[in-house]
Design a protein around this ligand. Sequence first.
Ligand SMILES: NC(=O)c1ccc[n+]([C@@H]2O[C@H](COP(=O)([O-])OP(=O)(O)OC[C@H]3O[C@@H](n4cnc5c(N)ncnc54)[C@H](OP(=O)(O)O)[C@@H]3O)[C@@H](O)[C@H]2O)c1
Length: 238
Amino acid sequence: MSQLRRALVTGATQGVGLVLARWLAVAGWQLVLTSRREEVVTAVAAELSANTRVIPCPGDIANPAYRWQLDTAVAALGGLDLVIHCAAYTDVDGCARDPQRAYRINALGTQNVTLACLEFGAEMVHISTNEVFAGDCPAGYEEWMPLNPVNAYGRSRPQPSFMCVTTSATFTLCVPPGCMHKMGRNFIHAILRQARQNGRLHVVADEVGSPTAAADLAAAILQLVAARQFGVYHFVKT
Ligand SMILES: NC(=O)c1ccc[n+]([C@@H]2O[C@H](COP(=O)([O-])OP(=O)(O)OC[C@H]3O[C@@H](n4cnc5c(N)ncnc54)[C@H](OP(=O)(O)O)[C@@H]3O)[C@@H](O)[C@H]2O)c1
């Protein structure tokens, strides 16, 4: 990873994006960080600026005009080597209630980020979800299997083939739910909250998951980037 030094991390205020932003900053990468919450992304950028240059670029990726803000922030870095696209509308029930919003953020927002990536000739990591599959294959899904999303969340995610034809150097990771990070929503927090609030649990009984730490996903992403192994990967902690 030695010659790559400038990265855009979208969705860098929590979850996988925040872990990656922290690690890249420690490794000396210059960064543009994004999220809709100006105060939060500015605070994260300030926290990570000790050893390197970190520029916050607050805004909504679904807004077509946001691309020009991204361009300005990236131009201030002097270019871009890598985009790690973590921003997404990740609330599965919210996507079912408002599929149009899901499509705007997850599909059109990704297109917006991809266009910025193309403009600067950067490599791109795009994270997808297991919900692009129907979930009717007990043995699990391999990378070559056809997509068949059964809900609005899955349908809102761009196809890996779209990412591959639009950018020359793309890594798409398909990750099942239950990715754990200390901040924000995660499976453990949800279970603890329900237990505290209701004294008993209501959880789906027709899904099998394998909780994966955000740090493990972040480490896998950086390994792929370092090895420059472009393509589609399914990733889960076993
Ligand atoms: N966590 C999991 O279990 C899991 C499983 C499978 C796949 N994934 C995928 O991995 C990626 C990262 O997941 P995560 O769990 O780390 O996500 P997360 O905790 O929900 O964080 C999402 C990030 O995206 C930003 N964001 C959301 N909507 C945005 C918008 N319209 N414009 C700009 N920024 C926006 C959020 O910041 P603001 O709210 O401040 O804008 C936040 O920083 C996503 O693509 C997700 O689908 C995650």
